[in-house]
Design a protein around this ligand. Structure first.
Ligand code: HDE
Length: 720
C-alpha cells in the first residue's frame, strides 16, 4: 500500500507518548508519517505518535470506545464492521483445552551435549561435544482444567521438544518414572475416573473421590504408581526441583543399525524438593499460580533452571535377566541396579513472549523421533504414538499445526504436503508429487533418512497381557521401604486423606486389601485412621509380593534434596523499627547464596527501619503467608511486635511455618510472637535465635536442610 520508492522518505526524531523512538523509527511518505516496526514493516501513526489501531483488514479505526448507533441512545447498526469483526474474533479466541495436561507452563532453552555418543546412537544431537540444541519445555498437571491451581496433588508432565538438525524429537515425559496402566486401551477409563465426575462436575483437579479410587482399586497394575502419587512427588515445591522421566524403554540405534535400550531421566541441578500437604492446600488459596510464578521469577531474574539428561543403557541380555519386564511401564529399573549416565544438560533461559502462541499451541507427539532414536514394544508407548497426532488435529483445528513457529522444525524441511486449513507454507510451481520426471522437488534418501530398527517380530494376533507384567506389588513395596520415615508418614497421611473423601466403604476396604500386599504397617495405619473396624483379607494377587527388593535411596526426595539454600526463598516478616543493619546483612547473605529474600510487613508500603530508612515490602501480611516461602524469619522492634501479636495472620505466619517443619529465624524482639503463636515451648534446632549479623552465614547454611522433619511427629495439631 505504501510504496517507498515513490515517496520522499524523511528520517524524523520523534518522542511518542509510549516512549522515545530512535531517529530511524519514524518515516514520512507523501506527507504521511509512518512508524517502522521491529521487523522493518511500516505502520501508520495515530495523533499521539503511537501505532495506528486498525481492523484485521488493515483499515484505520477512528473510535474504539463506542459502537455505531442511531442517536446517542438508539440501536446499534449492522454497518459497524469494526464492532462485528472485533466481537467475532473475540468469540473464537479459545481452542479446546488438552483432554489431559490442560494446565501447563512452558519455557525456552537449550540442551548441551556432553560427549559424542556415536557408538550407541546416530542421533545428530548426540554426535558432537558442546553441541547446543534449542528446546521448548512444557510442565503441566494432568487432571485439572486449564484454570486449576498449581499445587493439586497430581503427576506433573515434563515434555521437552528438541529442535534437532534432523527434525524434532519430543521426549514427552512425566515427573514420575512409571505409569498407572500397562496398556493404552485403558487410558480413557483411567482419565475418566480421575477427572471430575460427569454428573456433578466435581471435584476439580483432585483424585480424592469415589470414581478414581474405584477404578484404581479394581486395577492392581496401578499399585506401584499409587505409592508414587501418594508420596510428596505429586506436590513439588517447584518445576525447578523435580525430576523428569521418559518412562518407557526406548531404543538408541547407531549408524550400523545396532540397538541399545535406553531409559531417560532428567535430574534437577538444584536437587529435589516438595511441600507438605497442608501447605499445598494453603498455597492453592494464597497463590494458585505458585509454580508458574516461580518459573517466571527464576528465569526473568537470570537464575536459569538446569537439569542433566541421564540415561540407563542396557542390552537384550540385561533385559532378559532383569527381575521385571522392561516393556512394562509400571516398573522402574532401580538406579542402584543400573546406574544413570549423564549425557548432557538442559538450561531454560527464556519465557515465551506470548503464552497462547507457544505454550498453548505447542504440540508434543511421542512419535516425533529423529534417526537414531526408536521405540520399544511397550504397549503404552505404542498406543501413545497413535494418540498424540490425533489429538493435535482436534485441538489445533487442522493438519497444518506444524506450520506454527513453535511446532515447526528449525532445520530445513521439504515435502509435498499441501493445502488444508490455514496453510502458511505454500510451495510454488507445478510439481507437487514424486517420483516426477521434471527433476523437481525433494527426494527420499535411504542412507540419510529415518530407518526403523529392524526388530524380529512374529506371533499370533491376540489380546492378552504377558505373564511377565503380572507382579503388581513388589516394586510398590520397594518404593515404600525406600522412603525416609517422614516420607512414609506422608504416604500414609495422603492415602488416609484421599480415601476419607471416598463415600463408598467397599472401595476404601478394597484399597486396604491392596495395601496389605505392599506393607502391613501402612495398611493398618491407614485402616485405623479411616476407622475401618475389621481388616479385609489381602487382595488376590496374580503373583504374590516377592521377597523384599533392595532399598533404593534414589527413590527418596529427602535423600536427594539440595545441599544448599540456592534457588530457594526466605520470607522475612518485619515491623517498623526493624534492625536496619541486621536486615541488610541478612539480605546480602541470602543473595550470596543465590537465594531470594522477600519482605512481608503489616502494610505493603513497607516499614521504617531503625536507622530511619524506608524499606518497601513485597507482601502485606495477609497476602504473604509463610506457605509461599521455604524458610522464614521475624525481625521486629519491641513496639512493632506488639502490633504483630494482635494480627491473626502474623500468628498463622509463624504457626504454619512451624507446622510445616520449616526453619524459623527470629531476633529477640520477635520472641513474643512465637509465644502468641503457641510454639515457644517447642523450640528445636529449626527455630533459631538470630545470633546478630556475624552469625548469619551459619543460619543461612542451616537453611539448606530445608525442613526439620523430625519435628513432625511431635506437632500436636491444634497447638500451633
Ligand atoms: Fe499423555 N497425552 N497419554 N502421557 N501426555 C497427552 O496429548 C496419552 C502418558 C504426557 O505439555 C495428550 O497433546 C495416552 C504417559 C504429557 O502438551 C494425549 C496415554 C506419559 C502430556 C495423550 C498417555 C504422558 C501428555 C493430551 C496412555 C508420561 C502433555 C494433549 C497410553 C511418559 C504434553 C496432547 C504437553 C498429553 C495421550 C500416557 C505424558 C491425549 C493415550 C505414560 C507430559 O494425546
Amino acid at each position: 500500500m505504501f510504496n517507498l520508492s515513490q515517496g520522499t522518505i524523511v528520517a524524523k526524531r520523534t518522542t511518542r507518548a509510549t516512549g522515545s523512538t530512535s531517529s530511524t523509527d519514524i518515516v514520512t511518505i507523501h506527507d504521511q508519517q509512518l512508524h517502522r516496526g521491529k521487523g522493518g514493516e511500516l505502520h501508520q501513526i495515530a495523533e499521539d505518535g503511537a501505532e495506528l489501531l486498525t481492523t484485521s483488514q488493515g483499515g484505520p479505526v477512528a473510535d474504539d470506545q463506542n459502537s455505531l448507533r442511531i442517536g446517542a441512545r438508539g440501536p446499534l447498526l449492522v454497518d459497524d464492521f469494526h464492532f462485528r469483526e472485533k466481537i467475532f474474533h473475540f468469540d473464537h479466541e479459545r481452542i479446546p483445552e488438552r483432554v489431559v495436561h490442560a494446565r501447563g507452563y512452558g519455557a525456552h532453552g537449550f540442551f548441551e551435549t556432553y560427549e559424542p555418543l556415536t557408538e550407541i546412537t546416530r542421533a545428530d544431537l548426540f554426535q558432537r561435544a558442546g553441541e547446543k540444541t534449542p528446546v521448548f519445555v512444557r510442565f503441566s498437571t494432568v487432571a485439572g482444567n486449564k484454570g486449576s491451581a498449581d499445587l493439586a496433588r497430581d503427576v506433573r508432565g515434563f515434555a521437552v521438544k528438541f529442535y534437532t538438525q534432523e527434525g524434532n524429537w519430543d521426549l514427552v515425559g512425566n515427573n514420575i518414572p512409571i505409569f498407572f496402566i500397562q496398556d493404552a486401551i485403558k487410558f480413557p477409563d483411567l482419565i475418566h475416573a480421575a477427572k471430575q465426575e460427569p454428573d456433578r462436575a466435581f471435584p476439580q483437579a483432585q483424585t480424592a473421590h469415589d470414581n478414581f479410587w474405584d477404578f484404581i482399586s479394581l486395577t492392581p497394575e496401578s499399585m506401584n504408581m499409587v505409592m508414587w502419587i501418594m508420596s510428596d512427588r505429586t506436590i513439588p515445591r517447584s518445576f525447578r526441583f523435580m525430576e523428569g522421566f521418559g518412562v518407557h524403554t526406548f531404543r538408541f540405534v547407531n549408524a550400523k543399525g545396532a540397538s541399545t535400550f535406553v531409559k531417560f531421566h532428567w535430574k534437577p541441578k538444584l536437587g529435589l524438593q516438595s511441600v507438605a500437604w497442608n501447605e499445598a492446600v494453603k498455597i492453592n488459596g494464597a497463590d494458585p499460580d505458585f509454580h508458574r510464578r516461580d518459573l517466571w521469577q527464576a528465569i526473568q531474574s537470570g537464575n536459569f533452571p538446569e537439569w542433566e539428561l541421564c540415561v540407563q543403557l542396557f542390552d537384550q541380555e540385561f533385559a532378559d535377566n532383569f527381575d521385571f519386564d522392561v516393556l512394562d511401564p509400571t516398573k522402574i529399573i532401580p538406579e542402584e541396579v543400573l546406574p544413570v549416565k549423564p549425557i548432557g544438560r538442559m538450561v531454560l533461559d527464556r519465557m515465551p513472549g506470548n503464552f497462547f502462541a507457544e505454550t498453548e499451541q505447542v504440540a508434543f507427539m511421542t512419535q516425533n523421533v529423529p534417526p537414531g532414536i526408536d521405540f520399544s514394544n511397550d504397549p503404552l508407548l505404542q498406543g501413545r504414538n497413535f494418540s498424540y497426532l490425533d489429538t493435535q488435529l482436534k485441538r489445533l483445528g487442522g493438519p497444518n499445526f506444524t506450520h506454527l513457529p513453535i511446532n515447526a522444525p528449525k532445520c530445513p524441511f521439504h515435502n509435498f504436503q499441501q493445502d488444508g486449513h490455514m496453510a502458511m507454507r505454500n510451495p510454488v510451481g507445478r510439481v507437487n508429487y514424486q517420483p516426477n520426471s521434471f527433476g523437481e522437488g525433494p527426494r527420499q534418501s535411504p542412507s540419510k533418512g529415518y530407518q526403523h530398527f529392524a526388530a524380529d517380530e512374529n506371533g499370533q494376533k491376540v489380546r492378552l497381557r504377558p505373564e511377565s507384567f503380572a507382579d503388581h506389588y513388589s516394586q510398590a513395596r520397594q518404593f515404600f521401604l525406600s522412603q525416609t520415615p517422614a516420607e512414609q508418614r506422608h504416604i500414609a497421611m495422603a492415602l488416609t486423606f484421599e480415601l476419607s473423601k471416598v463415600e463408598t466403604v467397599a472401595i476404601r476396604e478394597r484399597m486396604i486389601s491392596h495395601l496389605l500386599n505392599i506393607d502391613e504397617t501402612l495398611a493398618t495405619t491407614v485402616a485405623q485412621k479411616l476407622g475401618i473396624q475389621a481388616m479385609p483379607k489381602p487382595a488376590d494377587a496374580a503373583i504374590p509380593t516377592r521377597q523384599d527388593l533392595e532399598r533404593s535411596p534414589a527413590l527418596s526426595i529427602v535423600e536427594n534434596g539440595p545441599k544448599r539454600f540456592e534457588g530457594r526463598k526466605l520470607g522475612v516478616l518485619v515491623t517498623d523499627g526493624v534492625d536496619a543493619k541486621l536486615l541488610k546483612k541478612l539480605k546480602t547473605t541470602i543473595e550470596k547464596e543465590k537465594a531470594l529474600l522477600e519482605l512481608i510487613a503489616p502494610k505493603v508500603g513497607g516499614v521504617t527501619a531503625s536507622d530511619g530508612s524506608r524499606v518497601e515490602a513485597h507482601h502485606m501480611i495477609d497476602g504473604g503467608p509463610s506457605v509461599l516461602f521455604d524458610a522464614v524469619a521475624v525481625l521486629a522492634s519491641p513496639a512493632g511486635i506488639e502490633d504483630l501479636e494482635m494480627e491473626a495472620t502474623a500468628r498463622d505466619f509463624v504457626a504454619d511455618a512451624f507446622q510445616h517443619c520449616k526453619f524459623i529465624g527470629y531476633d529477640e524482639n520477635a520472641f513474643p510472637l512465637l509465644v502468641k503463636a503457641g510454639i515457644a515451648n517447642d523450640l528445636d534446632e529449626g527455630t533459631i535465635l538470630l545470633p546478630g549479623d556475624e552469625g548469619l552465614a551459619a543460619f543461612v547454611s542451616e537453611l539448606g536442610k530445608l525442613r526439620v522433619w523430625g519435628r513432625e511427629p511431635g506437632i500436636k495439631l491444634g497447638k500451633a
